[in-house]
Write a new protein. Structure first.
Lengths: 410, 259
């Protein structure tokens, strides 16, 4: 009886290992042959782990040869592109031959995603590299750039620097001060307005027509070209000055100040603050608001003591990123604050220079038109300082987010 | 403390939609009353009207009388925020404030309202509330650790401690154990037994065994069809509801023959 069933089970491997009573025979549950083929299928069709190294080395050598033959000299871009294509292609073919179609497709997409990531990284790294390599030597050999402005620096000084090796005159202090003061003023205006507007949208607006309207216009404003914001602030301040002081040439001259530039930057900054803060406030669970209400806490205190602290980490990093975003603006500051060579700490009177404007002016209008190198060096140093400021703000945003993040104690 | 709640012809609306209609109920002080019924029948909505939390939802309102020891807390001139400090509430999911320590969570009812307590007063409130919530022994050595670091059951007891810290007259609980494991559920149920010595406790639950274990009286809510308002079908002693219900719908529901 038993051997008869076994032979039947072996001849029909699937679904027939039952005796006439419908009971499964324990010894037939895992036949030896069946188990062996399962194990085979788990280890079979695996390419060796060193395949990718071999493919990478092969692609690199082949690409080098192709580049040398085709371009007759070595080209980094050509080499990189050809090597990348060869590597991705060869890995697909190897996987297709040694493994199966699905595995090969999986690998192909993985390599394409990695390649795009590397391609996306190239401009970022090359920007940082060019700014650091051009700006850092100037800053190290002339640390005085950070504490001097361009007042009194004449074309003759730059000609002396370029032709006779005299030390680099002037500096970026006025730009640094201008950027800090204008950005500070813009933040003082934008952060409260943006914060309160987003509190209105999430806590009080209840998605009524008014709040939907505000949300729509905030979205539109995030896409406003920055030069338009500059023209808006300039025109607005001109109107105010004409109505209050008069339209004499001196009065109109007083329109161009750091404060006008700060208004222009606020126009750019407020929508960013509103949207990022609003998103953070919406993430705060309604349960926390209800928990606070259930303790007999009024709405404003609930917002101040429960909702804002819970969302603070996201709000702070959003605000810091908004500051970083406007700190690098050029056009709106150029139209609204002008360009001067001396340091001006007062945003309410006289023209003011911001770092991006300084960089732009030094490159387009060198101090000595016949000897542009010193101006270019100052511009690169200014660019490096600007990047350091923006990066510092980004790092600060991360630190703030981490500091304020709700703690679980785990 | 511990006050009686009566509702007279209470209707709860979401906008124009009548969600719960015509509730007349008399909840004894120093007792546990359970609300049972199928999902969507308005138990939670009704519970939330009892401390004016219902109207926090945009467009929601309630009409009728809610008497807290003869004082109508649903009257138009009553400040809902003051009602909520006499009728406390514990929610379905534990919701300690994530930015606050255990100590700050318990004292939140004072701190958030800007009431300054002296150090010794605060310590008294802290120990009384945490002891009352059966949590003192587990957390007394780590009061300055974040409340979010506790287990789910401990967090829920922390929320109960936060509620009893402000000494309400009534405690409303909206499925307080539905997100917890059986051991934590048992701890909450034991706690409810002790709370009824000092407070009027109203609990919404989907777990009929839980209602039978903790409640002195049980109210069964039901709705006739989707879109119809929920109604109070039967309200009686828990033993009567579960052993000898007067209404056929109640009997169908508690015996699992519902729907």
């Amino acid at each position: 009886m038993s051997s008869q069933i076994r032979s039947r089970a072996n001849s029909k491997p699937q679904g027939s290992q039952q005796d006439p009573d419908g009971r499964k025979k324990p010894e037939d549950m895992t036949p030896q042959t069946h188990q062996k083929s399962r194990l085979d299928s788990l280890t079979a069709h695996r390419k060796p782990t060193w395949t990718w190294m071999a493919a990478a080395a092969g692609s690199a050598i082949l690409s080098l040869l192709i580049t040398l033959v085709a371009f007759e000299s070595f080209s980094v871009i050509g080499f990189g592109v050809i090597a990348g294509v060869l590597f991705v292609g060869s890995m697909y073919v190897v996987s297709r031959v040694l493994e199966d179609r699905l595995k090969a497709t999986d690998e192909l997409w993985r390599h394409l995603v990695w390649t795009s990531f590397i391609v996306a990284l190239i401009p970022l790294i090359s920007v940082i590299w060019s700014v650091v390599s051009q700006g850092l030597p100037t800053l190290i050999s002339n640390p005085g750039l950070l504490t001097a402005d361009m007042a009194g620096v004449a074309g003759a000084d730059d000609i002396a620097t370029q032709n006779e090796g005299a030390s680099l005159q002037g500096g970026i202090l006025h730009g640094l001060v201008g950027t800090i003061m204008i950005t500070l003023m813009a933040s003082v205006i934008s952060i409260p307005v943006g914060l309160f507007a987003s509190i209105y949208l999430t806590e009080y607006g209840n998605r009524n027509a008014f709040s939907r309207g505000i949300r729509f216009f905030v979205d539109v404003m995030t896409g406003i070209p920055s030069i338009v914001a500059g023209l808006f602030a300039f025109a607005g301040m001109t109107l105010i000055v004409e109505l209050t002081i008069g339209s004499s040439p001196q009065a109109l001259q007083s329109v161009k100040t750091g404060f006008t530039a700060a208004i222009a930057l606020s126009v750019l900054m407020i929508p960013v603050v509103v949207r990022s803060t609003e998103e953070m406030l919406q993430v705060v669970a309604d349960e926390l608001r209800e928990a606070s209400y259930a303790l007999g806490v009024r709405k404003w205190r609930t917002i101040m003591k429960v909702v804002l602290p819970t969302a603070m980490s996201g709000i702070a990093s959003g605000v810091t990123l908004a500051i970083a975003r406007v700190a690098g603006e050029t056009a709106p500051i150029l139209v609204t604050a002008g360009y001067v060579a001396m340091t001006n700490w007062n945003p309410f009177s006289e023209w003011m220079t911001a770092l991006p404007v300084f960089i732009y002016r030094q490159l387009i209008n060198p101090t000595a038109p016949a000897a542009g190198d010193p101006s270019t060096a100052r511009a690169w140093a200014g660019a490096l300082v600007l990047i350091v400021i923006v990066m510092g703000l980004n790092l600060a945003a991360r630190a703030i987010a981490k500091y304020f993040a709700p703690k679980t104690g785990k | 403390m511990a006050k009686r709640i009566q509702t007279v012809d209470l209707d709860c609306y979401y906008g124009d939609f009548l969600a719960v209609s015509d509730i007349n109920i008399d909840i004894e002080p120093r007792s546990v009353t359970a609300f049972i019924g199928p999902s969507g029948c308005g138990k939670t909505t009704f519970l939330r009207t009892l401390n004016r939390m219902h109207e926090v939802t945009p467009g929601a309102r309630a009409e009728g009388k809610i008497l807290l020891d003869d004082e109508d807390i649903n009257a138009p001139n009553v400040d809902p925020v003051r009602v909520r400090s006499t009728v406390g509430m514990v929610f379905q999911r534990p919701n300690p404030f994530p930015t606050m320590s255990i100590r700050e969570n318990v004292l939140a009812g004072y701190q958030l309202n800007g009431i300054r307590l002296s150090r010794s007063e605060a310590d008294n409130v802290l120990e009384r509330s945490l002891t009352g919530a059966n949590l003192w022994g587990e957390v007394k050595d780590r009061l300055d650790r974040p409340g979010g670091g506790l287990s789910g059951g401990q967090q829920q007891r922390l929320c109960i401690a936060r509620t009893i810290a402000i000494e309400p007259d009534v405690i409303l609980m909206d499925e307080p154990a539905s997100a917890l494991d059986p051991i934590s559920t048992l701890a909450i149920e034991d706690l409810i037994h002790e709370l009824k010595k000092d407070y009027t406790v109203v609990i919404v639950t989907h777990n009929m065994q839980q209602a039978a274990r903790v409640a002195d009286k049980t109210a069964f809510f039901n709705l006739q069809a989707i879109g119809e308002p929920g109604k109070l079908i039967e309200y009686d002693d828990t033993t009567t509801i579960f052993n000898n219900p007067a209404n056929q719908q109640t009997e169908d529901y508690i015996s699992g023959r519902f729907g």
